[in-house]
Design a protein around this ligand. Structure first.
Ligand SMILES: Nc1nc2c(ncn2[C@@H]2O[C@H](COP(=O)(O)OP(=O)(O)OP(=O)(O)O)[C@@H](O)[C@H]2O)c(=O)[nH]1
Ligand SMILES: [Mg+2]
Length: 400
């Protein structure tokens, strides 16, 4: 349901962005996002998934955030047994435009750790609160890795601090130092997160039973303070989903025309002049390659404009491109590798058997041009999506 709502809003606000992607003007697409769309998304609802190991205190944390106690009307179900079998939504009463999703726990009977992320389709959520009630463990690390893979952000909440403090007080009453214990817990979590490559992890040590103590007030303040930038970041991350169908449509339209280029290449290759097949295939291929790069906005000029727009060096954008760049030399090398040898062999047969040779030459040139152009088109379309995602990521970092 929430995804439908979000996509509806995005569709309305993203027209300029879509038009720019359609025209292959990626710099303009970013400019549309910056100038016209971000502000309108301040009213967007941020979907926060509260996740973590089974029984770690996720539902209790949500209740504390809602200002409710277990058993109150509208409170999340808590207890020592596995509770919810699917995500449950709760509107934050204080932070407007925030929906807290109470997720089943990692390792609950129906959600083994190996399949948890897939089963719950974590990618649909925009921000995460990972709840851990014990030392930083592999289950937390797996969640962190998945969230990072999705390019999303999270807070790490270490729950049940009251239990740790109580245990410590009982065991070492004489040397008991509350702040020192809390700091040790924070550091353990930070160490674990940093080992997973998280820079400046945001860790909060809380007790859901005592929402006025420890880091609970700081957790609420931080969420409130960062809310707008989190919404913008979430929104920017959703835009590749908007551009993807447009890029696919462009790819399909260009693909429909490939046969013309292949036919032309076939006719030229049948001309009885030695080397003609190779040269024709090369020039037809090269011309179309240039056309694809410029049509998707990945030619040198467009990439420089995009890099200026997002304030990144061009190489950071081109590093995302897996297809080869549009230099004649790379195209030539590719053709020499994959086409040249075949075409030259057929030209040899053409010298001995003219008609048969011309047919073979033309056929090889046609098939080769067709297959190569299809392959290149697919690779360039994928590159466009990656370069745009990188540019949006750079834009998102400015808003955090
Ligand atoms: N002492 C203490 N107990 C807590 C705290 N938070 C949760 N608990 C207890 O831990 C148990 C599990 O809490 P839940 O909030 O249901 O945990 P959960 O992560 O939602 O559990 P599942 O949904 O089953 O994965 C309950 O008995 C809670 O009362 C806390 O901050 N302090
Ligand atoms: Mg629960």
């Amino acid at each position: 349901m929430f995804l439908l709502l979000c996509s509806g809003l995005r569709t309305m606000a993203a027209d300029g962005f879509k038009a720019a992607v359609r025209q292959g003007n990626l710099a303009e697409a970013i400019s549309e996002v910056r100038e016209k769309m971000l502000e309108s998304f301040n009213n967007h609802t941020l979907n926060i998934a509260v996740t973590g190991e089974s029984g770690s205190g996720k539902s209790s944390l949500i209740n504390a955030m809602l200002g409710l106690c277990a058993g109150d009307e509208g409170a999340a179900e808590t207890g020592i047994l596995d509770s919810n079998a699917e995500p449950m939504a709760y509107q934050d009463p204080v932070l407007l435009g925030v929906t807290l999703w109470d997720l089943p726990g990692v390792g609950a009977s129906k959600f083994p750790p190996d399949t948890y992320c897939e089963q719950l389709r974590l990618s649909r959520f925009e921000f995460f609160i990972i709840v851990g009630s014990q030392r930083f463990r592999s289950a937390h690390a797996s969640l962190v890795r998945e969230i990072q893979r999705l390019g999303k952000r999270f807070y790490f909440v270490r729950s049940k601090a009251d239990m740790d403090l109580d245990a410590s007080r009982r065991q070492r009453a004489s040397s008991y130092n509350e702040e020192k214990i809390l700091q040790q817990i924070r550091e353990d979590c930070k160490r674990g997160l940093e080992a997973e490559g998280v820079r400046q992890p945001q860790v909060f040590v809380v007790s859901s039973w005592e929402p006025n103590c420890y880091d609970f007030p700081l957790l609420r303040q931080t969420l409130q303070k960062e809310l707008q930038s989190l919404k913008r970041h979430a929104f920017l991350l959703s835009l590749p989903g908007v551009s993807s169908p447009i890029i696919s449509q462009k790819k399909a339209a260009l693909k429909r025309e490939i046969w013309k280029a292949a036919l032309f290449s076939c006719l030229m290759a049948a001309i009885p002049v030695p080397g003609a097949a190779f040269l024709c295939t090369f020039f037809v291929f090269r011309k179309h390659l240039f056309r694809y790069y410029s049509s998707f906005g990945l030619d040198d000029g467009s990439l420089s404009a995009l890099a200026r727009q997002v304030g990144k060096p061009v190489v950071e954008l081109t590093a995302e491109m897996k297809s080869w760049r549009t230099t004649p030399m790379t195209a030539l090398k590719l053709l020499l590798d994959s086409v040249g040898v075949t075409v030259m062999i057929t030209e040899y047969s053409w010298k001995r058997f003219p008609v048969f040779g011309a047919v073979i030459s033309g056929g090889v040139a046609m098939v080769t041009t067709y297959c190569l152009l299809r392959k290149c088109l697919a690779a360039i379309a994928d590159d466009t999506q990656r370069v745009l995602s990188k540019a949006l990521e750079a834009e998102g970092k400015k808003t955090i």
